[in-house]
Structures are given as structure tokens and as C-alpha cells.
Write a new protein. Structure first.
Length: 297
């Protein structure tokens, strides 16, 4: 682990931080030590032993290790981590996480992810967590996104700037590969996947910026103010719309996603839809006259 390398003397600007080999000094072996040089003269003793890279020709005491009789090393199984996710208007959102998230991901894995959307649509990858092994050229642990001749990759710790980590596809499908090396694992990533509609296209098709396009309908979810059913129906009417009705089972999923993705949504909140019953009548009907729960195409 990185915390086992000597971090350097804090009082001297982290002087003597390890590993310190520049690739030319042949410091290709690791020793345990608790004595490190100061920037001027002398050496200091640390409260514990740390790793230090050293020339393999240096003479040192050493430590041997072997398994006790009857013990064996069991290979850690590599998790099956490949996934294919298909987004649609009935399933417009999904979540993708690295293996073991929020715990550390395994070493030596290669995960393939294939994300698709309806033709003509784009895919948004919005990261909410991202911590991989730090590397200037991402040669250790890396997440790569590919589309035909395009390649986008990231590594390292993005937690303090996570809102900047966002990718919008150019086509209706993307491939991702998550690769890790043999050491130093972290908590990995969490990605919110969703369909993407250009604001200009949505505004044109719905003729209003506040409505969201879903299939052949435009929707407007109102969290505030809370009103009676009759007032809600009137407000919808004033915006040249009507309280939402359900024509098929797919629209139930659409309404569920709309409500959950609306700013200010709180679990347990209830929303009016376009169904009611006449006083003295137990038959529930949608605003278009069809019965609630009746079979519809």
C-alpha cells in the first residue's frame, strides 16, 4: 500500500519521500527501515518501519517466510464483471459501479461494459464517485470509454472535482473497459447512466423549456406548490396540457423516472395524476374516459 512507503519528513517539505528511484539508479529492491536522512546533516528515526527502494546489491539483513504445514494459498477468484446495459424511454436511467464498490476493487481484472440507447439518442455518463490509482499516464488502473475512432480515459482521484467528470456519447452506444494491475486498489467508480436530449431539440419538440420529452409526450412535474386535484388539473390546463394519464405499462416506468429525477424530489411524496371517480360511483376513470387498470394496447 502507498501508506507503507516513507512519506518524507513533513517538517522539511516531505524531504526523502519514497520511492525515490528515478529509473536510472537501479533501486529496484525494497527494504524495511526506520531511519531516513534529513536534508542537511544526520538521520532521524521514525515511529515505525517504512518501505524504501534500494539498490539490490546493498547488503542487508533479511526476512524469510513460508506457509505453515498444512496451509495453502488459495487463488482469489476473479469476479465476473462484464455488463451490457440497454437504455430506453421505458428504462432511461441505470447505475454502473466498479466491482466491490464502495469497497476496493480487485487487482488484475479487466471488465467490459457495453451501453446502448435507441438509435438517434446519446448517452450521458455522469460520475458521482471516482478514485483509481494515481498515475500521470494512467498505466496502472484505468477506465477507458471508446466509440468507433474516439477514445476517452481517466484514472486517479477525482473526488474533489467530480462534477467535472462527465461524458456524453456521440452515437447511441459506447464501450467501456476497466483494467487494474497487480497492486494498490481503491474504491473505484460509480456512474449514473441516462439518455441525453439536446435542450434545443427538447424545446422545439415540446414547445416549452419546462417540459421534458418522453416518447410521444411532453411532461412537466410540479413539486411546489402542493394543490388539490382540481387545482392541479386547472394548472395543467393553463399550460395547454392535462394531468398525466397512463395508456400502457411502459408509461408507469416513465412517470416513475420523471418523478424521481425531478429536482426537489423526496421519498414518500405523492403526486396527482389524471384519474378520478364520480361521487357515488366506484368506477375509476382516466380523463380520456377509459377505466383505470383496464387492458389497453
Amino acid at each position: 500500500m502507498k501508506k507503507d512507503w516513507f512519506p518524507g519528513w513533513e517538517a522539511f517539505g516531505w524531504y526523502s519521500v519514497q520511492p525515490s528511484d528515478d529509473g536510472l539508479s537501479q533501486q529496484n529492491c525494497v527494504e524495511l527501515r526506520n531511519e531516513f536522512r534529513y536534508p542537511s546533516k544526520g538521520e532521524g528515526i521514525t515511529e515505525r518501519f517504512y518501505w524504501n527502494d534500494r539498490d539490490c546489491r546493498v547488503t542487508n539483513p533479511f526476512v524469510c517466510q513460508r506457509l505453515k504445514p498444512g496451509a495453502s494459498l488459495e487463488a482469489t477468484p476473479v469476479p465476473e464483471c462484464n455488463r451490457t446495459i440497454s437504455l430506453s424511454w421505458e428504462h432511461p436511467r441505470d447505475t454502473l459501479t466498479s466491482p466491490g464498490f464502495p469497497g476496493n476493487y480487485p487487482d488484475n481484472i479487466k471488465c467490459h461494459y457495453h451501453i446502448t440507447a435507441p438509435k438517434g439518442q446519446k448517452i450521458v455518463l455522469q460520475f458521482s464517485d471516482f478514485v483509481l490509482e494515481e498515475s500521470q499516464s494512467c498505466e496502472y488502473d484505468i477506465l477507458t470509454v471508446t466509440e468507433e475512432d474516439r477514445r476517452w480515459y481517466r484514472c486517479g482521484d477525482w473526488e474533489t472535482k467530480i462534477k467535472l467528470l462527465r461524458y456524453v456519447s456521440h452515437k447511441h452506444s459506447v464501450n467501456m473497459i476497466f483494467t487494474t494491475d497487480y497492486s494498490h486498489s481503491f474504491k473505484g467508480f460509480k456512474i449514473e447512466l441516462s439518455l441525453h436530449i439536446e435542450r434545443s431539440e427538447q424545446s422545439i419538440l415540446c414547445d416549452n423549456d419546462i417540459f421534458q420529452l418522453r416518447g410521444k409526450y411532453c411532461y412537466f412535474v410540479v413539486n411546489y406548490p402542493e394543490t388539490s386535484w382540481a387545482t392541479a388539473r386547472q394548472i395543467c390546463s393553463e399550460s395547454k396540457s392535462k394531468l398525466a394519464i397512463v395508456e400502457n405499462i411502459d408509461q408507469v416506468s416513465v412517470l416513475d423516472d420523471l418523478v424521481r429525477s425531478t429536482y426537489g424530489y423526496l421519498a414518500g411524496t405523492m403526486y396527482w395524476v389524471g384519474a378520478s371517480a364520480t361521487a357515488g360511483d366506484t368506477t375509476w376513470k382516466w380523463l380520456d374516459g377509459t377505466k383505470v387498470n383496464s387492458k389497453r394496447n
